[in-house]
Design a protein. Sequence first.
Length: 173
Amino acid sequence: MALVIVVAVLALLAGLAANRFLRPRLLNEDDDTGMAVKDLVGPLLTLTVLLLAFVLVTANGSYGKAEVASRGEARAVDQLVESAEYAPAAQRARVQADAVCYARAVRVQEWPAMADGHGSPAPSVWSTDFRRVFREVEGKPVFGMLIAADNKRSEEREERLTQATASTPSAIL
């Protein structure tokens, strides 16, 4: 997002400089001399504005989707912790501790890695431990609730990671 802002500011400054230095030359020339610089600058400025608008809309859409996915993931982790209340004490404590560690791994390790468009393997360690605990409660009524909450958490994480990658084609950037 910072790159988009920097490009927008540079494009604005280039447009202002072109307007300041090229405009006096454009106004002094006769229209009969053939193609003038103003005939080229206008369409180029229009194209630049359209490309910039496309980049901003795409980046904003991706940001919005990532925000929704991160909120959904947080709700799913919360639901997982609440569902663990119905599990036996040993499994409940492990699921709740794993959820805290998972949230910390996402916040401390994965979010900084997402700035570069990558994920981190650290949260996967804790999601794998969730599944180990789930095997211990298989066949009990709480099993289905835990699996459903974990599946939702997994889907939302995947969406968040997908939206962390650059959505603007590299050719446009």
